[in-house]
Design a protein around this ligand. Structure first.
Ligand SMILES: [Zn+2]
Length: 233
């Protein structure tokens, strides 16, 4: 096999690998899209959960206050029962009135808070079922993407193994020259001449190199775009 043939075979293997890598990369946006759709719901759930627990804290605090003030009323009642003078009775009764007013206010606050919490929890539950629905809906898509990825990974492993064998047929110096050019993100490194011009950038090859190239055995570097050129025979 000539150098050109062996290098073309290597490039063919690399094109197959490049195609597989492109297909693998194309799966990424699909996964990102699935992830971000799910994440939006998770973020909403987090925010709603924080709102609910903040209101729950207020609720617990208010309940404690009400219990405390009710105990105070009970103590006032006991005092009222034990008073000896009219003056003491008036003072105890007015203290109790005040405590009752406070409790009534707190209880109406609690009612408002309870209703608010109910609404917030309703939204939270809605988001929880949204998340479950989203995950169920995405399960198929994710399985599909994972399957495609596994298939491509398998093909890639095969393609790399094949490339290793093909690469051994290319002389080391030529191979490293080719790899250097390819590593600069080039897909097509070895290109055929197109009517005595570089097949990649269309620059005419110098007169003095034409003869050697026309024999179909020489590989030359294009000074303009940096590809390797050969004459297809
Ligand atoms: Zn060129």
């Amino acid at each position: 096999m000539s150098d050109i043939q062996s290098l073309l075979a290597l490039q063919n293997d690399d094109l197959v690998i490049h195609d597989l890598e492109t297909r693998l990369a194309a799966l990424e946006p699909r996964i990102r899209e699935l992830d971000s759709r799910r994440q939006r719901i998770v973020d909403g759930l987090d925010r709603q959960g924080a709102l609910v627990s903040a209101e729950e804290k207020k609720q617990a605090f208010l309940r404690d206050k009400i219990a405390e003030h009710r105990a105070l009323i009970d103590r006032n009642q006991a005092q009222l029962d034990a008073v000896k003078t009219m003056r003491q009775a008036t003072a105890a009764a007015s203290q109790m009135e005040q405590a009752k007013k406070i409790v009534a206010g707190e209880e109406s606050d609690l009612l408002v808070l309870n209703r608010k919490l109910e609404e917030l929890r309703g939204v939270l539950h809605k988001l929880q079922s949204d998340l479950a629905a989203c995950e169920a809906e995405q399960a198929t898509a994710r399985t599909e993407v994972a399957g495609e990825r596994a298939a491509i990974d398998g093909d890639l492993a095969t393609a790399h193994a094949k490339r290793t064998v093909t690469a051994e047929q290319v002389p080391a110096a030529l191979r490293s020259r080719y790899d250097r050019i390819r590593n600069k993100k080039r897909v097509h490194v070895l290109v055929p001449l197109n009517a005595l011009a570089c097949g990649a950038c269309d620059t005419a090859i110098p007169m003095q190199r034409r003869h050697a190239m026309m024999s179909g055995t020489t590989i030359e570097l294009c000074e303009v775009c940096g590809v390797l050129m050969y004459q297809a025979v």
